[in-house]
Design a protein around this ligand. Structure first.
Ligand code: ADP
Length: 520
């Protein structure tokens, strides 16, 4: 039996609930032993496993089984924590926010229900990984590419619900999701958007609704379990032209954003616009022991030598242009002309043409998982945390954020991996903290660094767009306009839609009444 019970249940009550789940899904899919629950721990956890210890796990095979599981959970007061594939590394993996929650593993619901090969939409279930979708498109010769992220082991649907960002023109996943099927906490099945019409022919084509659009309400929330989603794909381009450039100075990030932001707004740029510092590559190399003999940061003085060895600048960026060669050429020229005002660094140009073998590169829609090596940077028993504030796409704001982050990393003695993704009218800055889970001093420093970064960002009006389980309450508290009125709306909504408080208590700081009052 699991070491941790859900709050409010005694051992006998919990065992009875797990037996009832097993009656629905089969005993091999209702798990409670410590050994069976290991995959549901946060593999990258920096604090005690007890903080996010699953009480059990249950894996329904389809929507009727899921509805039966929800009914039992409501009757018996069992908190459930839905996951799609549970590969949300850096943010908590498969583990629940509240210890004792039963992980609702949707990985068995893994069908690619259909791909509309004319309009470029895949209708997928939660368990479909980026690898699954890519392989399906290849096997069926469907002339569309899926946007994939650096960790393609995760699910297409779960990643989109978390506002995940991937490569390619459809990489802003939340904006390339149209039409959800959701089971509400009370077991009711709904379809959002025009899917609310029985026999709708545009469910996954039109992103809005007649009346309010509810799709966003089910993203980063605990208001429902998403069981299907329409994902937009990108038509296989005639050509993909890539311009890579390395920039030597830490401060180059400022002008880079100044140069790129207007081009992005004008529609000159396509795909994911993602600049990262040299540490992204270096931290994936597995070679830390060549420059460090302890769990302290590699000294700054050694950076030039490392950059030279890897052939990298302080910042690197690859810009990808997808489509007709004439358009790509014209777009690339506009970019080069703008860059010429700021730098003499050369671009490296590469061209992929339809019919060429696809390189093992996410920009070409090919799933990868090797960036996960980052987790082992400091130790084989390693992990990482992502700190990801949202900023305006302004030169000074980004330059200063990087400089302040760097200083805080220095103070807490961590290697600095920074990356900036340029959105339509914002940037996401991702700061990666990699640590040795077995080094108590280092994990304490990681937590202190995270808190320092969070306080610094808040003091400038920058909020995080996503966070690890352990910081969900803290990040939610930074959204404090009018005494936290948005948070009150979330919790009011939570109590209305999930009166028994069974679904993902505490996700994004949203607690149902029964746990909220117990915590107060
Ligand atoms: P991945 O699919 O990348 O492995 P997860 O399955 O860990 O990611 O999902 C990340 C988070 O998104 C989960 O912790 C959960 O809060 C939420 N989530 C994932 N799938 C669903 C779903 N089908 N319905 C509701 N929330 C979900």
């Amino acid at each position: 039996m699991s070491a941790v019970l859900p709050p409010g249940l005694d051992a006998a009550g919990f065992a009875a609930a797990m037996r009832a789940f097993a009656g629905v899904v089969g005993s091999e899919y209702a798990l409670v032993t410590e050994a069976d629950l290991i995959p549901y721990h946060d593999a990258y956890g920096f604090d005690s496993l007890d903080n996010h210890h699953p009480g059990g796990a249950v894996a329904p095979a389809d929507v009727p089984e899921l509805q039966a599981v929800l009914r039992i959970a409501n009757e018996r007061g069992v908190p459930l924590w839905p996951i799609s594939r549970g590969k949300n590394y850096g943010y908590g993996g498969a583990a629940p926010r509240m210890s004792g929650s039963v992980v609702l593993d949707l990985g068995r619901m893994r069908r690619i229900i259909e791909v509309d090969a004319v309009h470029g939409v895949a209708l997928v279930e939660p368990g479909v990984s980026f690898f699954d979708l890519h392989e399906h498109l290849q096997r069926e010769n469907i002339p569309f590419w899926a946007s994939v992220p650096g960790n393609s082991l995760g699910s297409v649907l779960g990643n989109a619900l978390e506002y995940g960002l991937g490569y390619g023109p459809t990489g802003d996943r939340a904006n390339n999701l149209a039409g959800l099927e959701v089971v509400l906490p009370n077991g009711e099945l709904i379809r959002t958007g025009t899917g609310a019409m029985a026999g709708s022919s545009c469910w996954n084509l039109f992103p809005y609704s007649y009346g309010p659009s509810w799709d966003r309400m089910f993203m980063q929330s605990n208001f429902g379990v998403v069981t299907k989603a329409g994902i937009w794909l990108y038509p296989e381009p005639e050509e993909l032209l890539t311009l890579d450039i390395e920039l030597p100075n830490e401060t180059d990030i400022g002008w880079l954003i100044e140069a790129l932001a207007p081009l992005r707004m004008q529609g000159v740029l396509q795909g994911r616009i993602y600049a990262s510092n040299f540490m992204r590559v270096v931290m994936g190399s597995g070679r830390r022991s060549e420059w460090a003999s302890d769990n302290r940061a590699i000294p700054d003085e050694r950076h030039p030598e490392i950059m030279e060895e890897f052939g990298l600048g302080w910042w690197g960026i690859g810009l990808n242009f997808y489509g007709a060669p004439a358009l790509n050429l014209a777009r690339a020229k506009v970019v080069k002309d703008v860059f010429a005002r700021y730098t003499t660094q050369p671009f490296r140009t590469s061209i992929w043409q339809r019919g060429d073998p696809r390189p093992n590169s996410p920009a070409h829609g090919v799933p990868i998982s090797f960036p996960l090596r980052l987790g082992n940077w400091v130790s084989p028993n390693g992990g990482h945390l992502g700190f990801s504030p949202v900023l305006p796409p302004d030169r000074a704001a980004v330059e200063q954020q990087i400089s302040r982050s760097r200083e805080l990393f220095r103070q807490h003695d961590f290697d600095f991996y920074g990356a900036v993704t340029l959105g339509e009218r914002h940037v996401n800055v991702v700061n990666m903290l990699a640590y040795d889970r077995g080094d108590a001093d280092m994990t304490r420093r990681a937590e202190a660094l995270f808190r320092a970064l969070m306080a610094d960002a808040k003091s400038r009006g920058y909020g995080e767009y996503r966070s690890h389980l352990s910081f969900m309450d803290d990040v939610a508290a930074t959204y404090d306009f009018n005494g936290g009125s948005m948070h009150r709306l979330n919790e009011w909504m939570k109590d209305a839609i999930d009166p028994n408080g069974i679904l993902a208590p505490g996700k994004q700081g949203i607690w149902p009444r029964r746990f909220r009052e117990a915590r107060a």
